[in-house]
Design a protein around this ligand. Structure first.
Ligand SMILES: [Zn+2]
Length: 112
């Protein structure tokens, strides 16, 4: 069977991979790296959405901005800890999302 982690072809019935010792019945996912990608994009989306919403539905803009601020702070920390290969891009995306969220949050309140 094919190892879910490293892709090595192990004999049928092997419990641990002969290459990397991964348990063959455990699904492997490089979850953390994918998560910071998603997280940074989510922050950026929150930021853009909150600024856009602030002009039409002030309350929603402020609410989405608040979410963006919280998730943004978390995302920047997560990117710093995980250190993905595209760290700089994710940092910029998170920071931009954070900034936009702040603008959306303030605009939303100003338009209430
Ligand atoms: Zn393996």
């Amino acid at each position: 069977m094919i190892c879910p982690k490293c892709g090595a072809d192990n004999p049928e019935g092997t419990l641990f991979c002969e290459e990397c010792d991964w348990r063959q019945d455990m699904p492997f996912r490089a979850a953390k790296k994918r998560n910071v990608n998603t997280l940074s994009l989510a922050v950026l989306a929150c930021g853009v959405l909150s600024v856009a919403l602030a002009f039409f539905v002030a309350m929603a803009g402020a609410a989405v901005g608040a979410v963006g601020l919280i998730v943004g702070g978390y995302a920047i920390n997560a990117v710093r800890i995980v250190k993905p290969v595209n760290q700089n891009v994710l940092m910029v995306a998170s920071a931009a999302g954070l900034l936009l969220s702040m603008i959306g949050f303030i605009l939303g309140f100003a338009n209430l």
